[in-house]
Design a binder for this molecule. Sequence first.
Ligand code: ATP
Length: 411
Amino acid sequence: MADKNQEVMDKVISLCKRRGFVFQGSEIYGGLAGTWDYGPLGVALKNNIKNLWWNKFVENREDMFGVDAAIIMNPKVWEASGHVSGFVDPTEDGKQFNVMFKTAVGAGEEAIDSYLRPETAQGMFVNFKNVVDAFHPKLPFGLAQIGKAFRNEISPRDFIFRVREFEQMEIEYFVQEKDWKDFFENWREQMFDWMKEIGLPKSSIHELEVPDGDRAHYSKRTIDFEFDFPFGRKELYGLAYRTDFDLKNHSDSSGVALEYFDEESGERFSPHVIEPTFGVDRTVLAILSSAYTEDELGGEKRNYLKLSKNIAPIKAAVFPLLKNKPELVEKAREIYMMLKKDIPQIVFDDNGNIGKRYRRQDEIGTPVCITVDFDTLGEKPELADTVTVRDRDTGEQKRVAIKDLIKEIST
Ligand code: ATP
């Protein structure tokens, strides 16, 4: 790894800890390999990503159905899906090691062995019939789920890139077999749209056509979307054509037909599946590592996160110009409370001098800082009820009327 890239990675990890994005899991006990805890800003960033995704791919569409399935499933699910026999990685001495986490469900002799799910996908396949029976969707349609997945990775590494407990945002999109190529292309474009929306630079994204022999056991075609992380070009997301493998196998194993009845042709069949999959933690890492920027502003060195407005954990910070002037503090708190009603991710800060406050917000990627000064209170009558709004990236300031602040922050 080039030294400079290692340096960026170290700076991102240090920022994450210092500013409360991501902490080592169980840190006070020396940690636990492959686990990380998200702090207040990390949770906010992650929630913004997940909400944006859910909004884009579920709520804004008529052909998508959300589910939230149990993490611990009947072990037969994992036999039918091929994970019990095939979800293995080689250990250093060449043995095949199944990376599913085993767990016992129930007490004493009643207990059965099961697993923590290694992917969210199966929670959707086993609910295929439930959703069809409850909603009678027409093909094509999809199921979507956001949730935790667990893999006992042999060597977790690269911060939150390869961990043992992570989150996935997945879609199983059901189509007729003859249409799979069109929908594969369509989802490929939608995945690019998504990456653009969250501000990932297109030049850092690379598609890898996974060749025969390297694909997962269920896939007839897979594209990996690789990203230029500081430690190299690695898989961020995947897009797979899973055929009818899962629905067929679950039909055979459970004895419950997972089929779709096509009213026009009068046919009954198991639809084929296109699966776009998005790792949440890798999204966070791609965003943070590409947003991390160092520059000079007003003759001083600074570092900041160039986050898109839609995912920034804090949308705006409100300051009184001076801490020891009660009339400024009072007005600033009033504006803060007013904004917070509409946009909850707002903070108030009156600590230290104004320059330090700007730097603190820059470092966590807050797009704008709002400052209340004497002009706000009417010292210059023509500026009464206006504030300064400072832009994170340029440091430029402009005067904005208090009544226009919500619009200013949200667009
Ligand atoms: P890799 O080849 O890096 O192990 P994979 O091909 O096994 O990944 P998939 O099974 O396709 O990954 O999982 C779907 C998505 O889940 C990945 O694209 C990634 O974003 C995320 N993911 C998978 N494994 C991990 C992990 N150990 N830590 C964090 N995210 C993960």
